[in-house]
Design a protein around this ligand. Structure first.
Ligand code: NAD
Length: 355
């Protein structure tokens, strides 16, 4: 994959090699049109520095559209820390502190939260060196992990997508296949189980599947290799990106795809492939925005829990608007969501939070 900075269309890219650990740090500020760029920090090993930079560019652009459609007064950004291998706790902390100083040097143009490979404890470390961080632990004055709110948004999105596709949003008896039972998928499984869905659960970590199946009577294990091609009403990707592509889409046997994973489509054309297959696709950056709504809403905008919940439930209404636009304009749901995002890319007036 080429690193196409011109096509990226962003504002600022900061790249630094951390001499002490050999890690590469990339901070991509894609847009500050709606406000300071906000997005998570992904910490992992990458095949190459190049792969890490491609990732951060793509993810930062995704945050711009996500935050715009979510109605947040934030732009889009993202950071990656490409580590060369396992770090000791001390090395990791020191690396995060140096990274936090980089964020601080941006003077508020970028603020970060957790993503794959980082959690609230890491945000606490970052918070020692900069205020431009969210989702620190409750003990440190943050709002903690946002994953349960992401899961709640995905549930609202599944209901809205089912309603549009079948005329009913009743989850009772619906077969839902969840791929990935981590922070989001695990909570989602519990929510859907309580709503009466029949769960089909898959994860590459077999122990995780077995524990979840044991805790949720009626749930059935599907092996990670058998996910694509397993018949269900709802396919909910909650693990990795790129699961919807030219090879997998013809094998899907579901009515809708609605899950939390970022970048579910391998390429743009996959949205059209899903449409042709008669599968209603809930654009990932819309349905998975519950977590960022909670983190920013609670810490930056002074929203109450009731206001946050109302916003998260409204993800269903936003999706309905997207589905209607897709039909009216005869375009894919992903294209309709991108149009909505582009329309929302205008500066926002921010009301000062109470207190
Ligand atoms: P996580 O790392 O906690 O969980 C991911 C799970 O997927 C793990 O249990 C892992 O073993 C499993 N997995 C990995 N590859 C798999 C495969 N090929 N088949 C089946 N299972 C596989 O991550 P998370 O926080 O639950 O996030 C899940 C997805 O949702 C990610 O793509 C993430 O970017 C996206 N997302 C998360 C949030 C959030 O609030 N956590 C918000 C928006 C988007």
């Amino acid at each position: 994959m080429e690193l196409e900075l011109e096509q990226w269309g962003g504002e600022e890219l900061l790249i630094r090699r951390d001499a002490r650990t050999g890690a590469w740090i990339g901070i991509a500020i894609h847009s500050t049109v709606r406000g300071p760029a906000v997005g998570g920090t992904r910490l992992r090993r990458y095949a190459s520095v190049h792969a890490a930079l491609v990732d951060v560019l793509r993810l930062s652009a995704g945050m711009t559209v996500k935050n715009a459609v979510a109605g947040l007064p934030c732009g889009g950004g993202k950071a990656v820390i490409a580590v060369p291998g396992p770090l000791t706790d001390g090395e990791r902390e020191a690396l995060l502190e140096r990274y936090a100083e980089m964020i601080d040097g941006l003077g508020g143009r970028f603020a970060t939260g957790p993503d794959i490979g980082t959690g609230e404890a890491d945000m606490d470390v970052i918070g020692r060196r900069t205020v431009h961080v969210f989702c620190r632990s409750l003990g440190q004055g943050g709002s903690g992990t946002a994953s349960p709110w992401t899961a709640a948004g995905v549930q609202a999105g599944i209901r809205a997508t089912l309603r549009h596709r079948t005329g009913s949003d009743d989850l009772a008896g619906r077969q839902v296949l969840i791929q990935g039972l981590g922070e989001v998928g695990g909570v989602l499984a519990r929510l859907l189980h309580d709503a009466g869905a029949r769960l089909l659960l898959a994860d590459v970590e077999r122990e995780r599947v077995r524990a979840t199946v044991a805790a949720l009577p009626g749930a059935v294990e599907v092996t990670a290799e058998a996910v694509i091609g397993t018949e269900c009403d709802v396919f909910s990707p909650c693990a990795i990106g790129g699961v919807l592509n030219a090879e997998t889409i013809p094998q899907l046997r579901c009515l809708i795809v609605a899950g939390a994973a970022n970048n579910q489509l391998l390429e743009e054309a996959d949205a059209e492939r899903l449409r042709t297959a008669g599968i209603l696709y809930a654009p990932d950056f819309v349905i998975n925005s519950g977590g960022i709504m909670r983190g920013i809403g609670a810490e930056r905008l002074g929203w109450s829990e009731a206001q946050i919940d109302a916003r998260i439930q409204a993800i269903g209404e936003t999706l309905e608007e997207i589905y209607r636009a897709s039909e009216r304009l005869d375009i894919s749901t992903a294209a309709a969501a991108n149009r909505l995002a582009q329309e929302a890319l205008t500066p926002v007036e921010v009301a000062t939070p109470p207190g």
